[in-house]
Design a protein around this ligand. Sequence first.
Ligand SMILES: Nc1ncnc2c1ncn2[C@@H]1O[C@H](COP(=O)(O)OP(=O)(O)OP(=O)(O)O)[C@@H](O)[C@H]1O
Length: 374
Amino acid sequence: MQTETQRSSSGNTLASRVPRLEIRHLVRQFDGRPVVDDVSLSIMPGQVTCLLGPSGCGKSTTLRMIAGVEMQDSGEIWVDGKLICDTVFRVPPERRQIGLMFQDFALFPHLSVAGNVAYGLRGGKDEKRARVVELLERVDLLQFIDGYPHQLSGGEQQRVALARALAPRPRIMLMDEPFSGLDNRLRDGIRDETLGLLKEEDTAVLLVTHEPEEAMRMADEIALMRDGRIVQQGAPYNVYTRPVDRAAVSFFSDANVLNAQVNGALAQTPFGQFLAPGVPDGTNVDIVFRPQHVKIDFDRAGVGPLPTPTDGVAARGTVVRARFMGHESLVEFRMDFDDKILKVTVPNVFLPAEGRVMWLTIRRDRCFVFPTSR
Ligand SMILES: Nc1ncnc2c1ncn2[C@@H]1O[C@H](COP(=O)(O)OP(=O)(O)OP(=O)(O)O)[C@@H](O)[C@H]1O
């Protein structure tokens, strides 16, 4: 039975609350191994969700099931409140109104730019031509309308591919590492341009990437995937600042780890005590913090800074290496208390000499305490 929401015309408030794309409990196994394991997510019109995770975690397989070129073992795919695929019913890929943009976007070499963009379009000649012109104008390539792919640079070809994917006004765009073939200089501009166009068209976007920076730059929401499962989902800021576990911290940046044991809901370390509320006595925990959240202080005749509530106790270390990284400096310390290396980043240029003794404190509000999983 149709719901009120499904019947309402697109654009009104009722319809806009229905996810453009919703996948429910998708599972896909290969050789008895689940590579996509109970994945669910929903994306609203005009929203960009990034499926982010390391190589082999099941991102592309998820995308292929949504596109309809791979069948799930179980689970459902819904578009605009209508079921398009479960294990018995299946709308074929060409009728799903889903656009695809992959890394090897392969324009047809024998077709002109106009021919490429018009490829998936239906309708009369004039109507098609008007849409091609409109899109080439928007990607700023109208002057190449009668040119051929081999006459264009990589970035220009990518923009033609974007115009081709957008031409039939797909409701959903699936993108699999679409920018990884481009050099850094071009990439940022094309990413922003692509995002602008997709938002204007109110397309729901699922972008697959293994690069956290790309996900942070593009996504309204990040779904962090590992071993076939979504382990965390939310706005980039939340995923970055409230990671679910140690691996989630490390996926976004370098991470330092202190090991400690909990006693009376406190973990005792050379940097002072850390709260571990609700963690039973005797539990081993990892105290995880990013290099940018360590403060460096000078040694004053063997004495460091006094303890403070925000930064805890200072611990002493010796510089083993300092490197200028462009917008920051990375300094590595060998700590007196365990002989292990801690990484610290400092804005701009800070390059203390190797062998110099200094004192480190950690911003306690930026530390994460997780039970050790080993
Ligand atoms: N047709 C297939 N037959 C057997 N195994 C497969 C098949 N397709 C994918 N796999 C396996 O499933 C796992 C997930 O692959 P998938 O391509 O979805 O990962 P991914 O996260 O997209 O990785 P990448 O970022 O490297 O593309 C991998 O171990 C892969 O080898």
